[in-house]
Design a protein around this ligand. Structure first.
Ligand code: ADP
Ligand code: FBP
Ligand code: MG
Length: 600
């Protein structure tokens, strides 16, 4: 492979830039830029990927070679046939990862559309995606800075050094070179791997307090803790940096151009963390980049704090791009919000602990009902559109659950190894049982039996059928018609109750840290970033890293094994499927750096 790579260096001449993005189906969607246009093509699954050494040969003029320093892969892109358009679908081949040392010897390749620059530390950077490489396989996936596109910006001493609360803190300011490792479990010879810029206050800031005009917007579904984040942004800006002008945008993204705004002061937000929801209101859909950025520009806003999930962060990324294109001195900071805990890279999303805590009440109720009746069955539906983290953690915490069903696991009802067989066994053994089901579980079965059309919400998210109602009915039908066994089934759907409550104490502290990290980053001139803890330390993460894939429960990991061992439920996986899943997971691991929440 080494020789092969070396001999191909001279053909790396192109203007394409790749990133590799996992799609919802687990395939990888490469995204690339061609002549300034942006196209997306689905990459074949890793299992169906042909060998790079197979026909047509690697040296054929039909292929070009690309390298991506942030994924450390080589990608082969077949050239377009004569006369075809730029959007013609093409098959990509990804070569297996190559030794980091080899890669760095010629990375970044001359094919980046971004300019290559050498920074003072001698590290090589790329301005399209700020990748900095260092010794021993060190990679920094840095976030943009206002000075990247606005020259000669003045800086000011950070007012925090005169703040009586903070000036006593030893080493209050973050060292400019501090970065946070994405992976902390390493082996003797592992490369140092990917890092993110450490969050926190800097010695110099790029805004004078009086000049700051900040705004806050909340988008997407609710989540416990949103009000706390709003409160802490307002109070943090005021108390740490003396910023008095903060505007609340009402009703999500569309509020920028179609709704009212409200001035936010520490007094106005003093008590809001005790309430669920968002005092600003939220929405799905209604995203319009130019109208949003026009509104930011017209109002003279220069710091934008955007609280929302994966869709929101995608929107924030486009807003940042447009602001940069217009050359505006406006910092864009994202604060990740999702009750489903499906945002990657960060350790956990705020509100998740609150949701798991509140879910206990529903599970307890289901358990009390179930054990009080002969053949009592409690069914609890929890949120989790594509990721079953709430169901998994709520199950593990409760210990009263006999079966946990999540979107990541297969599910079948009838036959050996199916749910009904397990239920009969469990009811005979225990006389009652509790099932926790995440809303996204078993959706294929549902659409098969209900013949429903794919429907979407205003943001384009798939609208799910009510799996709780469906499975409850299926269970009832099975036991009355097939088993001739009387069961007492109680279905509890606490989903919105869980989402709408105020956050618990630990989430409140977490929300405060997120808000402060975002403020410090924006004041220091960073932009186009999301904040969040990575292995316990808060970091600035480029938008593309939190939107390129979804955090999911890995059912071949130890955490899911703990569930199986705690409930004794069937895995719904046949042995050959387990092997296949493991293989797929290993391949995905080697293609994209994974960040599981497991590994306790
Ligand atoms: N790919 C995208 N590009 C721009 N805006 C988006 C994108 N996806 C979603 N949005 C916008 O982000 C907002 C929230 O998205 P949604 O998916 O509903 O919630 P969440 O951010 O919680 O995932 C909506 O206003 C939606 O229009
Ligand atoms: O009814 P709504 O508001 O569309 O929300 C339902 C969805 O919101 C979620 O809480 C996730 O929301 P986000 O994508 O906004 O984080 C899912 O669990 C659920 O499917
Ligand atoms: Mg979402």
């Amino acid at each position: 492979m080494l020789l092969l790579v070396q001999s191909l260096i001279d053909i790396i001449k192109s203007t394409y830039v790749f990133t590799i993005k996992p799609s919802t189906s687990g395939n990888f969607i490469p995204e690339y830029y061609f002549s300034g246009q942006h196209h997306r093509h689905r990459l074949m699954t890793s299992t169906s990927m042909p060998s790079p050494f197979s026909s047509p040969p690697l040296y054929s003029s039909a292929y070009r070679l690309y390298s991506t320093p942030w994924t450390r892969f080589l990608v082969l892109l077949p050239s377009l046939p004569q006369g075809s358009g730029a959007s013609t679908p093409r098959t990509l081949i990804i070569l297996p990862p190559i030794p980091e040392s080899t890669f760095l010897s010629y990375s970044p390749a001359s094919n980046w559309s971004g300019r290559d620059t050498e920074d003072v530390t001698g590290m090589t950077t790329n301005s399209e995606r700020k990748i900095v490489t260092g010794d021993y396989g060190y990679v920094l996936e840095d976030v943009p800075h206002l000075s990247d596109y606005i020259p000669d910006l003045p800086t000011y001493p950070n007012p925090l050094q005169y703040n009586p609360s903070y000036s006593v803190v030893k080493q209050y300011f973050v060292n400019a070179d501090d970065t946070v490792a994405e992976k902390i479990v390493v082996h003797k010879n592992s490369p140092r791997g990917t890092h993110f810029r450490r969050a926190g206050p800097r010695q110099k800031v790029y805004f004078e307090s009086d000049d700051v005009y900040a705004c806050i917007v909340t988008c997407g579904g609710l989540c416990p803790g949103i009000n706390t984040v709003i409160r802490e942004i307002v109070c943090g800006l005021y108390h740490m940096y003396g910023v008095t002008r903060v505007l609340g945008i009402e009703g999500g993204y569309k509020g920028f151009y179609a709704r009212n705004t409200i001035p936010l002061t520490p007094k106005a937000v003093n008590d809001i963390h005790k309430r669920g929801g968002t005092i600003l209101g939220t929405s799905r859909g209604g995203y319009n980049t130019s109208k949003i950025v026009d509104s930011i520009q017209d109002r003279g806003i220069n710091q934008v704090y955007i609280i929302g999930g994966d869709g929101t962060q995608r929107g924030a990324s486009v807003i940042y791009e447009e602001i940069r294109r217009r050359g505006l001195k406006v910092a864009v900071a994202g604060i990740p919000k999702t009750i489903d805990n499906d945002i990657p890279v960060i350790d956990k999303s705020f509100g998740f602990d609150t949701a798991v805590e509140e879910a206990q009440r529903a599970i307890n109720a289901a358990h009390v009902e179930a054990e009080s009746f002969e053949n009592g069955v409690g069914v609890v539906k929890l949120m989790g559109r594509y990721s079953g983290f709430i169901a998994m953690y709520a199950t593990l915490a409760s210990r009263d659950v006999d079966c946990c069903l999540i979107p990541e696991t297969p599910l079948y009802l009838e036959g050996p190894g199916g749910l009904f067989e397990y239920m009969v066994k469990r009811l005979k053994e225990n006389g009652h049982m509790v099932i926790v089901i995440a809303e996204g579980a078993g959706q294929e079965l549902l659409s098969e039996s209900m013949h429903t059309m794919d429907q979407q919400d205003a943001s384009g998210n798939k609208l799910l059928q009510d799996v709780g109602l469906w499975i409850s009915q299926k269970i009832k039908d099975h036991f009355t018609k097939r088993q001739k066994m009387v069961i007492n089934l109680k279905y509890i759907d606490p989903t919105y109750m869980i989402r709408a409550i105020p956050s618990i104490a630990s989430d409140n502290v977490y929300c405060t840290l997120l808000a402060h990290s975002a403020i410090h980053g924006a004041m220091a001139g960073y932009t186009g970033f999301t904040v969040g803890p990575v292995n316990g330390r808060h970091a600035y993460i480029p938008f593309y890293r939190v939107t390129q894939r979804r955090n999911k429960v890995v059912i071949t990991d130890r955490m899911w094994a703990r569930i199986l061992s705690s409930t004794n439920q069937p895995s719904f996986l046949r042995p050959e499927e387990i092997i296949e899943r493991k293989r797929e997971e290993e391949q995905a691991q080697s293609l994209v750096e994974e960040d599981h929440t497991d590994d306790v």
